[in-house]
Design a protein around this ligand. Structure first.
Ligand code: NAI
Length: 357
């Protein structure tokens, strides 16, 4: 065997139903290295589930595992990401109102991952307030209210600066239209509060509008944030791709996650021109960490997005269908989705499905 080859050994059933040893061998060239940041809390448990499922699906990935914690980003992790260009990340804990800045924000800023995309689509079998949801939230990731420029003006008065630039607004709106084009979507909506934030959101909106002229085949409109939130809460299906500044994108994407069953099933990707990091959108769930109760679906579906990003649609489709097949079966999901399975039982059900299909 060539040095560096990885051999996937699996038990597969033959035509008579007897188990046989199936062996697939990949050359070093075919194996893709991906940076894996398991994260804090439930992060290591759900990351392990992803690795096991990918191995069972015979996906030729070698994970470069980097344990980034409250200590901050490590040089080794940064080098790994620059080299591999793609990463998968579990949740990282952030102290509220004190201590270091969010490592999540730091990763997005350091690697210039300017677009956060969250596809939100109804998952059959997952109880949710609405059915037939199918839209994509594109959030600007690098500036706006999360620019990190905050100070006390005097005792009892804090000031936080929102920064909107034409460059970042052009980059994110162009990304939204290109995404719509590449994914057969027909409609982009810019979401704003330009009636109040006349200069900052006004610039965001004017730039989105200017970019929209370059994509005449895609319908474009502008809707006030408050109207969008009300419409979504009422089950409106009028949005296809939404593009938003940072803070609004953060809030609206969680609202959208609620429409399809919550953060436990919502994937996301942070994309830049060179690099991309895919992550589950939920937090570290400290209340259930280490108890074998966590739902790995969000991280798994983020890993599926990652497979599509690296243009491995066959593997993406296969893993996605296995996840959906298990979620459709009553009781086989984890407790947060009303099922009875532990994390390891849910993982094993997906693995069994992959091995028998
Ligand atoms: P959280 O998302 O960790 O937990 C909220 C509730 O959802 C908890 O009851 C938790 O048990 C449940 N939950 C979350 N993910 C789950 C999963 N996969 N399976 C089953 N149940 C799940 O939010 P919280 O408690 O506000 O934040 C905890 C920590 O996570 C904080 O330090 C926060 O800063 C961090 N965080 C990190 C994020 C990231 O790395 N992208 C995103 C959000 C929060």
């Amino acid at each position: 065997m060539h040095a560096g080859c990885k051999v996937f050994l699996n038990l597969r059933k033959n035509a008579r139903g007897n188990k046989r040893l199936h062996q697939k061998q990949y050359s070093t060239k075919e194996i893709r290295r991906i940076t894996l940041i398991p994260g804090d809390g439930i992060g290591p448990e759900i990351s392990e589930a992803v690795c096991k499922i990918f191995e069972a699906a015979e996906i030729p990935i070698k994970w470069d595992v980097h344990n980034v914690t409250a200590e901050g980003l490590t040089k080794e992790m940064a080098d790994s990401l620059y080299q591999n260009k793609v990463g998968l990340k579990g949740p990282l804990a952030t102290p509220i109102g004190k201590g270091h800045r969010s490592l999540n924000l730091m990763i997005r800023k350091t690697f210039n991952l300017y677009a956060n995309i969250r596809p939100v689509a109804t998952i059959p079998g997952v109880a949710a307030p609405f059915s037939n949801v199918d839209m994509v939230v594109v959030r600007e990731n690098t500036e706006g209210e999360y620019s990190g420029i905050e100070h006390f003006v005097t005792e009892g008065v804090a000031q936080s600066l929102k920064v909107i630039t034409q460059n970042a607004s052009r980059r994110i709106s162009d990304f939204a239209f290109k995404y719509a084009e590449a994914n057969g979507r027909k409609h982009v909506t810019a979401v704003h509060k330009a009636n109040i934030m006349k200069k900052s959101d006004g610039l965001f909106l004017a730039t989105c509008r200017e970019v929209s002229y370059r994509y005449p085949q895609i319908k474009y409109d502008e809707v006030n944030l408050a109207n969008v939130c009300m419409g979504l809460a009422m089950g409106s299906n009028q949005y296809d791709v939404m593009v938003l500044p940072n803070l609004y994108g953060d809030v609206v994407s969680d609202l959208c996650a609620g429409l399809i069953g919550g953060l436990g099933v919502t994937p996301s990707g942070n994309i830049g021109n060179e690099l991309a990091v895919f992550e589950s959108v939920h937090g570290t769930a400290p209340d259930i960490a280490g108890q074998n109760k966590a739902n790995p679906t969000a991280l798994l579906l983020s890993a599926v997005m990652m497979l599509r990003h690296i243009k491995w649609p066959y593997h993406a489709e296969r893993v996605e269908q296995a996840i959906y097949a298990i979620l459709r079966q009553k009781g086989k999901a984890t407790g947060d989705l009303g099922g009875k399975a532990t994390l390891s039982e849910f993982t094993q059900s997906i693995i069994n499905h992959l091995r028998s299909n």
